[in-house]
Ligand binder design. Structure first.
Ligand code: ADP
Ligand code: MG
Length: 637
């Protein structure tokens, strides 16, 4: 058994904290020496030997400046010229002017700013890390003899069976073998309501077992678990950059030379070295550098806490500008858990036979229709058979063969396409009693045996989500579905979606989205990731619902929603807009500090020390402004 239980993620973080600890020590020691020099100079004035006070300041400055100088050299070697060079130059200039205390004070405030900046960067990462550090380090594996053995989680393999007791977190993604319990999945889904788990249900690494003891068989370990993917996604999202961040990167190369030229001009026209130092210090673009990333990381963290994984930061930009939202029906606006409401065989066919043919044909399908039929068949003790061959036609139906006879279950139009005579069923849907029911027809060979009517419930919160979208100014909401007209209308009326398209085939859903985009709308598509992957991919921003445990959903969408709460959609749009305005505010604050500061420094109003204080203030204001975002949506959990 390996003794090392510390994961790499943790090492990384402790290294960063260690570095911060060192800088803090340097800041304290250096700061004290510089302060000491000020006190000596003030109390004793010129009476003490000037060199004593100066000596204290020089040592202090060297200590404070060390991390800055070394970063400056590293940056230079990498060919990047940023703020560290400006600060280094300012300190050297102050030294040249024999203003050691000024040099020390500038060094102190700069180091403190850098530390605060790092601290909040680590803080944002820490909030993400805390999501991840939920997997326990030890697991209780069951041996073949049924004995418990305490092992390291890294030794857990797919197929192993482990036991969890109440209050413990799951060590891996697994399928329950025995026991029942309730599980808090909030860490992944952002929903604090516990979920019931029994045999054959999936449980996820990092979620918490609340009430019962359970044995579960490992499905995925480590990086492959849902939690591992969540981590990967967040980490890679953070690395992506917004278009205007890239633009800033491009111009960054010109920034330092421009400032240096300005400083040279000030020197030539005034020969006042203090002004030059103040110019160099005040133009350090710290606040500008942190303006956008700090807001982005904060927004990503806020979204992740609510179970929303944004894959690329450009999606934050896009979500803020969404004009039209297209919803899929089944499993998105509705629960996707169908119930058979009516079985209608034609004359001469038994109810049980209709159900038997239907379930046998559907026996390999994962479509909600198939699930509903199997459930009813089980309740009614109707058995089904395995077909010899089986084929599912997406958005249309399934066909299978038994003893040479082809059986089909699906929509009427598809059966007609297959050459069956559907004329007898032309007016079925006109009947009041079938309104708002999804109908599938069952056929054996050339004969239609009857139809099955199914119902689905509208998802709680759907109507509220649509209303909230309206409040955000998004009036255009659409629903696309493969289902019939009357069901589509019924659902739309219940949730308040403004228009719908019924009877869509999967490619027609895609065409619908593309059409909207061609008209210049920025389109968000909300679907389930499995059936609706093409629609998700065709939209500007695709949100996959209920993505927990589904790889496909996470891959095909821009945003993976780990739960099924539609109210997260308006929140996402609100959050993106908020993040965008915070970024704009930050850039404005940063620029204002630099431009006003530069002017005041050039005219000699701002001293070098004041410049350093101003610089720190600008950066801190920016960071605090972004930090407001981290708490967004806390009340939604
Ligand atoms: P939605 O757009 O509501 O998600 P789908 O695209 O999954 O619906 O399916 C559209 C229609 O095609 C269904 O209403 C049903 O009539 C038919 N259909 C699709 N798959 C199946 C299936 N496995 N069994 C029976 N009917 C199916
Ligand atoms: Mg669907």
């Amino acid at each position: 058994m390996p003794e090392n239980t510390v994961s790499c993620g943790c090492c990384g973080e402790s290294q960063a904290s260690q570095k911060l600890g060192k800088q803090l020590t340097l800041a304290l020691v250096g700061g004290t020496l510089v302060l000491n020099s000020y006190i000596l100079a003030t109390i004793f004035g010129e009476s003490v030997d000037k060199h004593v006070a100066d000596f204290s300041a020089i040592i202090g400055t060297l200590i404070l400046g060390f991390p800055i100088f070394s970063s400056a050299v590293k940056d230079l070697l990498k060919g990047r010229v940023y703020m560290n060079e400006l600060v280094t130059l300012a300190i050297i200039a102050a030294f040249a002017n024999q203003e050691y205390r000024t040099a020390g004070a500038v060094g102190f405030f700069m180091l403190v700013t850098i530390m605060i900046e790092k601290r909040t960067a680590i803080g944002a990462e820490a909030s993400i890390e805390s999501l991840i550090r939920l997997t326990p380090t030890r697991a209780r594996r069951l041996t073949a003899a049924g004995q418990e053995e305490d092992i390291d989680v890294s030794d857990l393999r797919v197929g192993d069976i482990f036991r969890v007791r109440p209050g413990e977190n799951f060590p891996a993604d697994a399928r329950v073998v025995t026991g029942t319990s309730t599980v808090n999945q909030a860490t992944i889904t952002g929903e604090s309501l516990p979920v019931d788990k029994a045999k054959d249900d999936e449980v996820y690494a990092g979620t918490q077992n609340l009430t019962g003891a359970m044995d579960a068989k490992v499905l995925r370990v480590g990086e492959d678990t849902t939690l591992g993917k969540v981590k990967d996604l967040i980490v890679s999202a953070e690395k992506t950059r917004l278009p205007f961040m890239r633009m800033i990167d491009q111009y960054a190369g010109y920034y330092t030379p421009t400032v240096l030229m300005l400083a040279a001009l000030v020197w030539i026209s005034t020969t006042d070295l203090d002004r030059v130092i103040a110019v160099l210090v005040v133009s350090c673009p710290c606040a500008l550098i942190v303006a956008t990333p700090s807001a982005v990381v904060a927004a990503l963290a806020a979204a992740a806490r609510l179970g929303m994984l944004i894959k690329d930061v450009t999606h934050i930009e896009l979500a803020a500008r969404v004009k039209a939202v297209v919803f899929d029906k089944t499993g998105t606006l509705t629960e996707g858990i169908l119930e058979v409401a009516r079985l209608q065989p034609v004359d001469g066919v038994e109810l049980a036979d209709l159900l038997k043919v239907a379930t046998s044909t559907e026996c390999h399908s994962n479509h909600p229709t198939a699930t509903a039929m199997r459930k009813l068949a089980r309740e009614a003790d109707v058995t089904w058979e395995d077909p010899e061959s089986y084929e599912e036609v997406p958005g249309k139906g399934v066909q299978a063969s038994f003893d040479g006879a082809v059986c089909r279950v699906g929509r009427k139009t598809w059966l007609a396409e297959c050459g069956l005579d559907v004329a007898a069923f032309d007016h079925v849907e006109d009947d009041e009693s079938v309104q708002a029911m999804s109908l599938v027809y069952v056929a054996k060979g050339d004969l239609i045996l009857g139809w099955i009517g199914l119902r689905d419930a509208v998802r709680p919160g759907a109507a509220e989500a649509i209303r909230e979208l309206g409040d955000l100014g998004i009036e255009k909401t659409y629903m696309v579905t493969g289902d019939n007209e009357s069901v589509a209308k019924d659902v739309c009326d219940k949730v308040g979606v403004s228009s719908y398209r019924a009877g869509c085939l999967p490619h027609e859903k895609v065409a619908f989205v593309e059409n909207l985009r061609a008209r210049g709308e920025l389109v968000a598509f909300i679907g389930d990731g499995v059936n609706d992957a093409p629609g998700l991919a065709a939209s500007d921003i695709g949100v996959a619902m209920g993505a927990i445990g589904s790889d496909v959903a996470v891959h095909s969408a821009s945003v993976a929603l780990m739960n099924n709460d539609l109210r997260r959609i308006p929140f996402l749009i609100w959050l993106s807009r908020k993040a965008r305005s915070v970024m704009k505010q930050n850039l404005t604050i940063g620029l204002a500090f630099i431009i006003i500061g530069l002017y005041l420094a050039m005219v000699g109003v701002v001293t070098p020390v004041l410049a350093a204080v101003l610089h720190a203030a600008g950066t801190i204001i920016t960071l605090f402004n972004s930090a407001r975002l981290v708490r967004a949506g806390e009340d939604m959990i």
